[in-house]
Design a binder for this molecule. Structure first.
Ligand code: BDR
Ligand code: CA
Length: 316
């Protein structure tokens, strides 16, 4: 059933445990989100795994009807960098995985993005990138006419005060394909960014994971097992009480925007420097006259965020 209040959304993703939770949250929220399709991209792990993982996670939600597409297997002009050190060899390490029954759609994910934006009414489709921006930028390059038809982009990527997680200067999603990020940030589309400055405040503490494990369905314990694995790396790295749950911030924003606070500022991506490649240079203090191009989030009501996830996943 589609609700009149729901906005049409394409999730572009590289699952990834945190991407998986974002997908579950979207599937559990039909009042706000009409999920037109999931386009997969290479990122945390190679494309063959991210597309399989997306299909697995739809099946865990009992949603074998969701359309899953494979997009680009590599960034626009660079070799792929992956993050198995964080996500494990499968990208979804933790729970027991299975061969999904859902079939991959035959159409390429980039073509699906283009066709959807050309078919749906202008200004009615929101793009939610949760991985490197290769698919989105490739679609804009191949079909520039779709750019003005996008309603909004809400993405996970970047960092400013929190600086980098894959290099001292750069956040992973932007670092993997900085040229793609540059194209998206210069597109003129309304953009909301969830950088590490936000996601490092959304920690998977023990009580939060246990509340998910206690859900009386398949998705709750599956999510808890994913997060048990996922948090180890970042807890060891940062000495924090849990791992940052990055990508669900994007979906939570579509459902409950008041959980987040930020500033509408200029954000540019470094594409040349070897030392700071992929850094998001955010003019938080307004010290340049560069035009604002993104709502750059900095704060989150973390308890409200985890309550939302737990309540929504309980519906699956
Ligand atoms: C981002 O990189 C990936 O490891 C996560 O899925 C998230 O999208 C955080 O830097
Ligand atoms: Ca991701």
């Amino acid at each position: 059933m589609t609700y009149p209040t729901a906005r049409k959304v394409i999730i572009d993703t590289d699952p990834g445990q945190d991407d998986a939770v974002a997908i579950l949250l979207a599937l559990a929220s039909p009042e706000e989100i009409d999920l037109l399709g999931i386009t997969c991209v290479a990122g945390n792990v190679p494309l063959s795994r991210t597309e399989a993982n997306a299909r697995i996670i739809c099946e865990v939600a009992g949603r074998n009807d969701v359309k899953v597409f494979a997009g680009r297997a590599a960034p626009l002009s660079r070799a792929l960098v992956t993050a198995e050190q964080v996500h494990g060899k499968t990208g979804l390490d933790g729970p027991e995985l299975f061969e999904p029954a859902i079939l991959l759609q035959p159409q390429n994910g980039v073509d699906f993005i283009i066709d959807t934006l050309r078919t749906e009414a202008p200004g009615t489709v929101t793009l939610c990138p949760l991985g490197p921006l290769s698919n989105i930028a490739a679609a804009f390059q191949a079909a520039p006419d779709i750019i003005e038809r996008v309603q909004e982009i809400v993405l996970m990527g970047g960092a400013y005060f929190e600086v980098g997680n894959i290099t001292p200067a750069a956040e992973f999603n932007i670092y993997v394909d900085p040229e793609a990020a540059d194209i998206v940030l210069k597109s003129g589309i309304k953009i909301t960014m969830m950088p590490l400055d936000v996601t490092h405040k959304a920690l998977t503490t023990r009580p939060r994971i246990e509340a998910l494990r206690a859900l009386n369905n398949r998705a709750g314990p599956f999510t808890a097992e994913m997060l048990d694995f996922f948090e180890r790396f970042d807890m060891a790295k940062y000495g924090s009480d849990g791992g940052p749950l990055h990508d669900p911030c994007v979906i939570a924003y579509l459902i409950q925007p008041e959980l987040f606070a930020g500033r509408h500022i200029n954000v540019e991506v470094e594409t040349r420097s070897e030392l700071t490649l992929g850094m998001t240079v955010a003019d938080w203090w307004g010290v340049t006259d560069r035009a604002a191009n993104a709502l750059f989030m900095a704060d989150i009501d973390a308890d409200g965020f985890f309550t939302l996830i737990t309540q929504r996943l309980a519906r699956l």
